[in-house]
Design a protein around this ligand. Structure first.
Ligand SMILES: Nc1nc2c(ncn2[C@@H]2O[C@H](COP(=O)(O)OP(=O)(O)OP(=O)(O)O)[C@@H](O)[C@H]2O)c(=O)[nH]1
Ligand SMILES: Nc1nc2c(ncn2[C@@H]2O[C@H](COP(=O)(O)OP(=O)(O)OP(=O)(O)O)[C@@H](O)[C@H]2O)c(=O)[nH]1
Ligand SMILES: [Mg+2]
Ligand SMILES: [Mg+2]
Lengths: 277, 292
């Protein structure tokens, strides 16, 4: 759309459409475009292609100006995975377990912290088998905090150096469920001061502006350290993470690119920014 | 909300009936922002604003003592018209057993909704039968079996070594043994751009001839909603949409977009994780939450 075109209102409209359609949201899109108005006026950006490149760079910078993810040299390092229903928490945990064991040579133990949803424990069990790691489960309906406690306990007894806690999907607007999440965190901290060392929010790339509300409310309940953006193998661009990175300074740690155990990659801000266009 | 924002836009008006072009432009911008914030599709919002503009420069607003309220009234009317009047009911017409097919992206709520639907039909005096046609996702068959057990609805014992099309065909015998009159096929989540998997859905539909092919879509879906719904509809021929996770704070613009572009009726909404959390769709309620 931009090759060889001069910068005029039509070009600006087109770029606005591209970014809003990529789920960046209007405020973020306008901020990014406004931010380049000076350069356009001073003819430092002479055509539409240059403007597009500058926008991509601006987005990349926002995504890079985030807090660094916590160091993982705890023993055991405890990661808690949270998010609304169906976004890909359990699947991402399976992928992470595989990645940590294969490429980082860690000894992973999974905690089946979703004791509510039908067959949630069974689902995580399959992933533990596929990743070749341990899993701690209790019966359906058990207290998730008890499972988390048991898992940290088991990790120390068995010499596992990385624990990943799966939690039940929950809408961020449900106060009692957010309280349950806080309790899991408190109980884990009691069992191992400093834990959970890392809390990751899983976001579905098909989600629109509601992701901002999700990030804000989950962050208020249990301070987040980073995001996992799933289902980027679809046609949705996941642009809402730009607003989240800007407002909450949360880094996107990994992206999910499919349903297989290998379909997880570290986030690349430059690649992501370019793909939005 | 939009009413407040429009009141703000017009609060500097001296007297009445003297709305300038700028006033109207400002008002339209507020409406557009509200729609995009609510995840209404970019093009749908653009077309919608064009319609509002036509009416906004007419007598009803220009001569009004309360132009802000008039604009809100017009927006609400146009939204209501777009969403359609009543929700269209489930199709319960046809030779028994009726077949319902649940399709959609990964994680949208198909399995849970299948069970909710079975419970709802049971309450209406029907004999539902659940078919776990997802042989892909870990413990998916088990998930539907557990849900079926919770509501005492029989579930086909899918053969994990088979394939989804064969499972659906084979399940008819099981349904017949239970004297079931509605069979609900729960399919695996898939991307609309996955050719082989979309072909698989088409094969199931061609063989089983469902009276309902429902797209189960997440209420928090963003701009991609139209893309997903159009593709599923073009490839399969859908009869309706079930919107899930509606009880959250997602504004639900995806629903408006799907209705506007693809024209499919939203038949039901999922309003919670429990199996009784299924309601009829209320178009006017959605209009209200889209405007915020
Ligand atoms: N295409 C694709 N599908 C994914 C990805 N990540 C997860 N999924 C699928 O999304 C669906 C939901 O994944 P789950 O891991 O069960 O999601 P969850 O957040 O644990 O769900 P709840 O525990 O029910 O809240 C499954 O069908 C997964 O295979 C991804 O990166 N790409
Ligand atoms: N809050 C809320 N959660 C829901 C609703 N409907 C389904 N869920 C939850 O959403 C998550 C995903 O539901 P599933 O039924 O497993 O979704 P699915 O479409 O079958 O997923 P795949 O088979 O992996 O594609 C589960 O945690 C459900 O409990 C709803 O209306 N509200
Ligand atoms: Mg899960
Ligand atoms: Mg399912």
């Amino acid at each position: 759309i931009t090759l060889g075109k001069k910068i005029d209102d039509e070009v600006l409209d087109e770029l606005e459409e591209v970014l809003v359609t990529a789920d960046l949201g209007v405020p973020t899109t306008l901020e990014l475009i406004e931010g380049l108005r000076g350069k356009v006026a001073r003819k430092e950006l002479d055509d539409a292609e240059a403007l597009k490149k500058a926008l991509a760079q601006g987005i990349q910078t926002v995504l890079e100006n985030t807090a660094p993810p916590p160091s993982r040299d705890n023993d055991p390092h405890v990661i808690m995975v949270v998010g609304v229903n169906g976004v890909g928490k359990t699947t991402s945990i399976g992928k992470l377990a595989h990645r940590f064991q294969q490429t980082e040579k860690r000894q992973v133990l999974l905690a089946a912290g979703d004791t509510f949803r039908a067959a949630a424990g069974e689902q995580l069990e399959v992933w533990a088998q596929r990743a070749g790691c341990d899993i701690v489960r209790q019966k359906h309906g058990a207290d998730p905090s008890a499972v988390a406690w048991d898992a940290v306990d088991a990790a120390q007894n068995r010499g596992k150096d990385l624990v990943i806690i799966d939690t039940a999907g929950r809408l961020h607007t449900k106060v009692n469920l957010m309280e349950e999440l806080k309790k899991v965190q408190r109980v884990v901290a009691k069992r191992l001061p400093g834990a959970p060392h890392e809390v990751l929010l899983v976001l579905d790339a098909t989600t629109g502006q509601n992701a901002v509300s999700q990030a804000k409310l989950f962050h208020q309940a249990v301070p987040l350290n980073g995001l996992i953006l799933t289902k980027l193998d679809g046609t949705a661009k996941g642009g809402v993470v730009v607003a989240i990175a800007k407002e909450l300074k949360l880094p996107i740690c990994y992206v999910g690119l499919g349903e297989g155990i290998e379909d997880l990659r570290p986030f690349d801000p430059a690649e992501f920014a370019k793909a939005l266009f | 909300n939009l009413s407040d924002r429009l009141a703000q836009t017009f609060k500097h008006l001296k007297g009445h009936g003297k709305l300038s072009e700028k006033n109207i432009a400002d008002a339209l911008r507020e409406v557009r922002l509200a729609l995009l914030e609510a995840d209404v599709n970019y093009k749908v919002a653009k077309d919608f604003i064009a319609r509002i503009k036509e009416r906004a420069v007419g007598q009803e607003v220009m001569q009004s003592l309360t132009p802000a309220q008039q604009v809100v009234k017009i927006v609400n009317q146009e939204l209501a018209e777009l969403m359609g009047g009543q929700a269209e009911p489930l199709n319960l017409v046809g030779r028994s057993p009726l077949i319902y097919m649940m399709v959609g992206l990964q994680g949208s709520g198909k399995t849970t909704t299948s069970a909710k639907l079975a419970l709802e039909l049971k309450k209406r005096g029907r004999h539902p039968y659940l078919v776990p046609a997802d042989l892909q996702r870990p413990a998916a068959v088990e998930q539907l079996k557990r849900l079926g057990a919770q509501i005492e609805v029989p579930v086909w014992d899918s053969n994990p070594k088979s394939n989804p099309v064969e499972v659906c065909v084979a399940s008819l015998a099981g349904a017949s043994r239970e004297n079931a009159d509605v069979i609900i096929l729960d399919t695996a989540g898939r991307l609309h751009v996955d050719e082989p998997l979309m072909a698989e859905l088409k094969a199931i539909k061609d063989k089983l001839l469902p009276v309902e092919a429902l797209l189960v879509a997440d209420a928090m879906t963003g701009q991609d909603a139209v893309n997903v719904a159009s593709t599923f509809h073009e490839r399969l021929g859908l009869t309706g949409v079930v919107l899930t996770k509606v009880e959250g704070d997602a504004r639900g613009g995806a629903a408006l977009s799907i209705k506007a572009v693809v024209g499919l009726p939203i038949k039901l909404v999922g309003v919670g994780e429990k199996l009784d959390a299924l309601e009829t769709f209320h178009p006017d309620r959605l209009a209200g939450r889209i405007l915020g």
